[in-house]
Design a protein around this ligand. Structure first.
Ligand SMILES: [Zn+2]
Length: 251
């Protein structure tokens, strides 16, 4: 089967990533089966063919002919953390049938996770931000993002539950039971901000790590929580792994 150049290099990369994932002992069956499918130049039963490529300074999105797409976010600033483990890139898939996010590596330290969450958010919603770094420990800022002219945005990243929880929540639609938890989570984030820099004018964007993401209905309920409305953050985002499951809930 003849392939265009982009498709050929994507299929080759899928094969190499699959080999590496197997060598590293990756046990994420969903991820492995995607890599196997792509290695055979297939996606959802169709022939995998890349029809367009969109680049931002943070990553690249490849759109397949079948309608699925693949977004790779480079995580080069994180590669020097953790010896012997490479976090060279974050890869994810979107489209109707396959939703998932994964990182090239078996463990992800908190600092890397924070950069990954902010970088992916910025890739989709703030593409002008292109340089990312972790702030000093115990500050209310976890990630500092910068654009080419030196403009800075400060991010605090907070996590509520693991990925499985958010997946189950999306399926079961029991949004109400999670709202009190979110209320106290945002409350804690506010305390961390206020206690640290009383009187400082630091503007902080709060990113709530909710990979793989939430449904619109839940985001709307979160947005109406009094603690969210009165939090004094510059912005509050529920950050999912795809733009369709990511929402700005404040302002
Ligand atoms: Zn497909």
């Amino acid at each position: 089967m003849k392939m265009n150049k982009e498709t050929a290099s994507f299929v080759k990369a899928a094969r190499l990533t699959l080999d590496k994932a197997l060598r590293d002992g990756c046990t994420n069956e969903g991820y492995l089966s995607l890599l196997r499918t792509w290695s055979e130049q297939k996606c959802c039963g169709a022939l995998l063919e890349i029809v367009s490529i969109e680049r931002t300074s943070n990553g690249v999105k490849r759109v397949f002919k079948c309608g699925h797409s693949h977004t790779a976010i480079s995580l080069e600033e994180a590669s020097n953390i953790g010896e012997g483990i490479s976090y060279s890139k974050l890869e994810m898939v979107d489209g109707k049938q396959k939703v998932g996010a994964t990182v090239d590596g078996t463990r992800m330290p908190k600092e890397i996770r924070e950069i990954a969450v902010v970088k992916l958010l910025c890739h989709h919603f703030k593409p002008h931000l292109e340089k990312f770094s972790n702030d000093i420990q115990d500050s209310p800022v976890d990630v500092i993002a910068e654009n080419s002219s030196g403009l800075i945005e400060n991010f605090q990243v907070t996590k509520l539950y693991d990925e499985q929880f958010w997946r189950d929540l999306s399926k079961e639609k029991t949004a109400d039971r999670v709202l009190p938890e979110i209320e106290s989570l945002v409350g804690d984030a506010i305390k961390r901000k206020v206690n640290f820099d009383k009187g400082s004018k630091t503007n902080i964007i709060l990113a709530i790590d909710a990979w793989p993401g939430v449904m619109r209905e839940l985001a709307e309920k979160m947005a109406s929580l009094p603690v969210v409305r009165s939090s004094n953050f510059k912005e509050i985002w529920i950050a999912g792994s795809i733009p369709e499951m990511t929402f700005k809930i404040y302002p």
